[in-house]
Structure formats: structure tokens, C-alpha cells
Write a protein that binds this ligand. Structure first.
Ligand code: HEM
Length: 223
């Protein structure tokens, strides 16, 4: 099948799953900033996205997207390495115009996976998972504001999130315009435009995400 067998098809799958994940990140980051205005409103959003059938379906969809994106990243990376291996005596100096993040997408992806393991353990496992299984503190399972206060008032966690989110910024800035190329929507005129759009969208998403640990860290420091 084209989507599995051809390199172009595989890049297309990376692009589609990546674009869907960007939409999730946009939604998730906008949902999170609600906590900065009202913790009650944030908890209402958390309750809405808790142990309901639609939230569980969304969680399963997200898991599939992350799984496919990761699997194809591994396949594409091996494929590129093999292709490069054939001309390993070619000049290997830094190519002009190849950004740092484009050469490090796989490593950045692994860093994001590590972030996800930490993040899901800290939030999802204490919230939706507990609501579904009743294994844990059921009273705090829909209290997202409690967990945000608990973690981000600790400088170690707040700073860890800020650093890892910076890694996600690099991954997104390259990933968004690269997806547009995979969809055949890029050319000489549009490539610089997609790059600017990627920078703007990534910066909005990461600024919204970073605002939460930064504000709670400041709150903890000023008492
Ligand atoms: C400061 C930033 C963030 C905060 C405050 C935050 C908060 C949360 C909370 C409270 C939940 C649990 C929701 C529930 O189970 O009801 C959650 C789940 C989740 N978060 Fe985050 N998050 C942040 C950043 C991120 C980032 C950067 C990613 C991805 C790279 C991410 C991916 C996820 C995923 C995949 C879930 C599980 C969603 C589901 O169960 O459907 N989060 N987050």
C-alpha cells in the first residue's frame, strides 16, 4: 500500500498525524490557560473531559496518533540513515539552510516522549485513569487545579516543564512547515511563508503552555 510502502506515503502519514497532534496541542494549551483566570472554571473543563465516553474515545484516538507518528518516525529515520550510508564518503559538512531542529527531529521526538511519560504519570494517571478505575484518590481526580498547584509550585517540576516545552517548540517549528511540504503545498514562494506560519503557531502554543508553570512558580515564590 502507498501509505506504507513508498517514502512519500510515509512522509504523508507523518504529516497527517503531526497536523492532528498540533490541533490537539492548540486545544490543550488553550484549555490550560483557563486555570490562570479561574480554577473553578478549569475544574469544570476537566470534569467535562473526564470519564465520559467521548473523552475516552478521544484518549484512544490520541494514543493511536502518537503511536503511528512515533512508528513512522522510527521507519523514516532508519530509511534516511540507510540512504545516507550509501554515500558515507560524501562531504558531511553542515548544509547551508538546514536548521538545527530539522536535523534533530528524532532526538527531539524522543525528548517529547520522555516528557509525555512524566506528564501522563503526573496528570492523566491521577485524573482520568482514577476516574475510570477508582484506583487512587477519587476526590482529587477531577481537581486539575489541585494537581497544577501541587506540581508547578515546586521549582524543579516547573523548570523541567519549561525546558522540555522549549524542546517541543523546536520540534513544532520544523514539523509544521515540513508537513506542508509532505502534502505538496509548498514551493519557492510558500516555503518561507510556511516557515513564518510555523514559527507563529509554535510560539503561540508553547507560550500558552509555558504560562501555566511560570505563573504558578512565581505564585510559589511570592508566597
Ligand atoms: C503546562 C503545560 C500542561 C498542563 C498544565 C497540562 C495539563 C494536563 C492535564 C490536567 C491533563 C489531564 C486531563 C484529564 O485527564 O482530565 C493532561 C492530559 C494530557 N496531556 Fe497535558 N498539560 C500540559 C502540557 C502538555 C503537553 C506539552 C503535551 C504534549 C506534548 C500534553 C499532552 C497530554 C496528553 C496526551 C494528555 C492525555 C489526554 C487524554 O487523556 O485524552 N500536555 N494534561
Amino acid at each position: 500500500m502507498w501509505l506504507i510502502n513508498s517514502p512519500v506515503g510515509r512522509k504523508f502519514v507523518m504529516g497527517i498525524t503531526g497536523a492532528a497532534l498540533v490541533l490537539f496541542l492548540l486545544f490543550h494549551s488553550m484549555m490550560n490557560v483557563v486555570v490562570l483566570f479561574s480554577e473553578e472554571a478549569y475544574n469544570a473543563v476537566c470534569a467535562f473531559l473526564g470519564a465520559n465516553w467521548y473523552a475516552v474515545v478521544a484518549t484512544m484516538g490520541l494514543t493511536a496518533l502518537v503511536g503511528i507518528h512515533f512508528l513512522y518516525a522510527v521507519i523514516l529515520t532508519f530509511q534516511n540513515r540507510r540512504a545516507r550510508g550509501k554515500d558515507k564518503y560524501a562531504v558531511t559538512t553542515r548544509q547551508e539552510g538546514v536548521e538545527w531542529s530539522s536535523k534533530n527531529m528524532f532526538i527531539l521526538g524522543l525528548v517529547i516522549c520522555c516528557f509525555l511519560v512524566l506528564h501522563l504519570y503526573q496528570f492523566w494517571a491521577k485524573m482520568q485513569f482514577v476516574e475510570l478505575t477508582h484506583l487512587g484518590d477519587v476526590e482529587k481526580a477531577a481537581d486539575g487545579a489541585y494537581w497544577i498547584n501541587f506540581y508547578f509550585r515546586q521549582p524543579l517540576y516547573a523548570i523541567t516543564y519549561i525546558v522540555l516545552l522549549a524542546g517541543l517548540w523546536f520540534h513544532l517549528t520544523h514539523g509544521i512547515w515540513s508537513a506542508m511540504q509532505s502534502f505538496g503545498l509548498s514551493n519557492k514562494t510558500w516555503l518561507p511563508r510556511w516557515k513564518s506560519i510555523s514559527n507563529i503557531v509554535s510560539t503561540i502554543i508553547i507560550a500558552l503552555f509555558m504560562a501555566v508553570p511560570i505563573v504558578y512558580l512565581i505564585k510559589s515564590l511570592i508566597g
